[in-house]
Design a binder for this molecule. Structure first.
Ligand SMILES: Nc1ncnc2c1ncn2[C@@H]1O[C@H](COP(=O)(O)OP(=O)(O)OP(=O)(O)O)[C@@H](O)[C@H]1O
Ligand SMILES: O=c1[nH]c(=O)c2[nH+]cn([C@@H]3O[C@H](COP(=O)(O)O)[C@@H](O)[C@H]3O)c2[nH]1
Ligand SMILES: NC(=O)CC[C@H](N)C(=O)O
Ligand SMILES: [Mg+2]
Length: 540
């Protein structure tokens, strides 16, 4: 992942920041997320990060959980400098075990593994240092969530026990002189009662972080950062889709540098009904963004002719995107459009979000490629554009709050994500103008009914897909042999796992009847009741 250019005023330099060192737990990003909810800024880096190579100073360090066992030869370990850095440390699960390993290696495989709920019993201790009871201050015994097989064999020297469970006699420990804490349970998951309060105690009361990470603060500081980065004359180009991420990034650029930002929407012919026009209206009239719409329908459809294999379609669409975008960027540069005092275009805006950054840095082995996500950012190096990524520290819900702050309409801010390859991966099999017409009309009816029923915000993503098969039906007493529409609607928070949305029968009846009656070429409608996994959200 391309890194933004360092300017000296990144959020980690402007806000009190905690550092999460990731050992590869499935929940590591939730630690970051929960702290952000407390208005505490934090960043996650792999557990192998050397502190001497860090360009900023964290105010506290959290060691995450992880799938390894600290006593294994290949187990990852933190830079020992962490324990000499002079800031508070909280070890969670593997993080606790790592701390115990550092202070005496007394970690072993437990006889009983412990997954799920456990009753945590608190031990108040009479320590000399003021910090010793601070992590669990204000708590009673409570239910916590555990996920471990290893355990501490004995208490490391200089540590005291602050909590126990029936299976984990060292479920919480504290160093008696230094503000170092270890907990076997996971405060970052919702199943742990008061889990967020544990993180709050650590961040606010122990690390003394000022909780000033708010979107209003972020906007002010980010505008200054962008202006400094681009300078008084620099110009920026960026691909926009009308989706929330690229729109918010574009609006921020517009605020920072006005018409020296050039947005490009590629109409690839795979957009939804009237989408290119409505995006144009919203971005130009609604948000005042300088936008070029490129009609590349012919080109995409020609390249996709006769292709039905999903990965081939994705690769062709991704390749065409890059070509079209690159040609447009050169054209805009050559025409030197832009306000007076505008220099050449040397920046490329990308809507990268923090989950993408985490994905690329989290500590884990190679994972299988399920789908090739198209990426307009994969531009050839010879374009010589520097990358600017104003949203790279934000989670999606923070982007939505930011969008609202920037005056973007609620309907756009809460728009369901729409994939770059668009209808191309929702029409199974070959993409033709006829198939596009059917998919567009069916999708439009489905979304319209969802809106009319007031369900849009309850659903994370919904669409109609067109299956490449025909079924027999009877319409107006006549035999028909026509295609099948599959409706898909899911609920999810992170799009990594998802469940299908439980519409009531009357709703499905209404949608099905409208699609069969109004969309020529369709005689059946199915509802997809597959969760992810094993399904994916998109069909291809
Ligand atoms: N039709 C398009 N024209 C130009 N750029 C596009 C188009 N479709 C996608 N992109 C680019 O690809 C990026 C990734 O798309 P993605 O769908 O993940 O984000 P988004 O569209 O901004 O937001 P959302 O996830 O809410 O749909 C976009 O941010 C945008 O830069
Ligand atoms: O911009 C995108 N380019 C792509 O190539 C792409 N493929 C899937 N998606 C979106 O990613 C989320 C997860 O989708 P899957 O479960 O189908 O992998 C869902 O929100 C999908 O819509 C894409 N977005
Ligand atoms: N969730 C974790 O961090 C687990 C740590 C370690 N692998 C154990 O089983 O105890
Ligand atoms: Mg999109």
């Amino acid at each position: 992942m391309a890194q933004g250019v360092e300017t000296g005023n990144e959020p980690n330099k402007l806000f009190d920041t905690l550092l999460v060192l990731d050992f590869g737990s499935q929940y590591s990003h939730l630690i970051t997320r929960k702290l952000r909810d407390l208005n505490v800024y934090c960043e996650m880096l792999p557990c192998t990060q050397r502190l001497s190579e860090l360009a900023w100073k964290p105010q506290g360090i959290i060691l995450s959980g992880g799938p390894y066992s600290v006593y294994e030869d290949a187990a990852p370990h933190v830079d020992p400098a962490v324990f000499e850095f002079g800031v508070p440390i909280l070890g969670i699960c593997y993080g606790l075990q790592e701390m115990a390993w550092h202070y005496g290696k007394a970690v072993i495989a437990g006889e009983k593994r412990e997954y799920g709920h456990a009753n945590l019993h608190l031990e108040k201790i009479d320590g000399k240092a003021p910090h010793v009871n601070k992590l669990l201050e204000g708590f009673d015994d409570m239910q916590v969530w555990m996920s471990h097989g290893d355990k501490l064999d004995k208490l490391p020297s200089s540590f005291a026990t602050i909590a126990t469970t029936p299976n984990a006699p060292f479920a919480g420990i504290v160093h008696e002189e230094k503000p170092f804490f270890g907990i076997q349970f996971h405060p970052e998951v919702t199943h742990t009662q008061m889990g967020k309060k544990v993180l709050e105690n650590f961040a606010l009361n122990i690390c003394k972080v000022r909780p000033n990470w708010t979107m209003a603060e972020f906007v002010d500081k980010e505008l200054i950062r962008i202006k400094a980065l681009v300078g008084d004359e620099g110009q920026v180009i960026g691909a926009v889709s009308g989706g929330v991420d690229s729109t918010v990034a574009a609006k921020l650029m517009k605020e920072a540098i006005g018409d020296r930002f050039h947005a490009v929407l590629v109409d690839n012919g795979l957009l939804r009904l009237n989408e290119a026009e409505s995006v144009r209206t919203t971005l130009t009239q609604g948000l005042g963004i300088n936008l070029t719409v490129v009609d590349a329908t012919e080109r995409f459809l020609t390249a996709l002719k006769g292709v039905s294999e999903p990965e081939s379609k994705r690769k062709i669409i991704g390749g065409q995107f890059i070509e079209v975008f690159q040609e447009t960027a050169l054209k805009i540069s050559a025409e030197a459009v832009g306000p007076p005092k505008a220099g050449k275009i040397d920046w490329l805006l990308q809507g990268t979000l923090y989950p993408d950054v985490i994905e690329s840095i989290s500590f884990k082995g190679p994972s299988a490629t399920i789908k090739t996500h198209h990426n307009v950012g994969g531009l050839p190096a010879n374009m010589n554009l520097k990358i600017i990524e104003p949203l790279r520290e934000l989670f999606k819900d923070e982007v939505r709050i930011l969008g609202t702050k920037l005056g973007i309409s609620e309907s756009l801010v809460w728009r369901h994500p729409f994939p770059g390859p668009g209808l191309g991966i929702r029409i199974l099999g070959e993409i033709t103008p006829q198939q596009l017409r059917i998919a567009r009309q069916a999708d439009h009816i489905f979304i319209q009914e969802i809106n009319d029923a007031g369900l849009y915000r309850n659903i994370s993503q919904a669409f109609a897909a067109l299956l490449p098969v025909k079924a027999v039906g009877v319409m107006g007493d006549k035999r028909v042999h026509e295609q099948v529409i599959a409706l898909r609607a899911v609920e999810t928070t992170d799009f990594m796992t998802a469940d299908w949305y439980p519409f009531d029968g009357a709703f499905l009846k209404r949608v099905s009847s409208r699609i069969v009656n109004e969309v020529e070429g369709v005689c059946r409608v199915l509802y997809d009741v597959t969760s992810k996994p094993p399904g994916t959200i998109e069909m291809e």
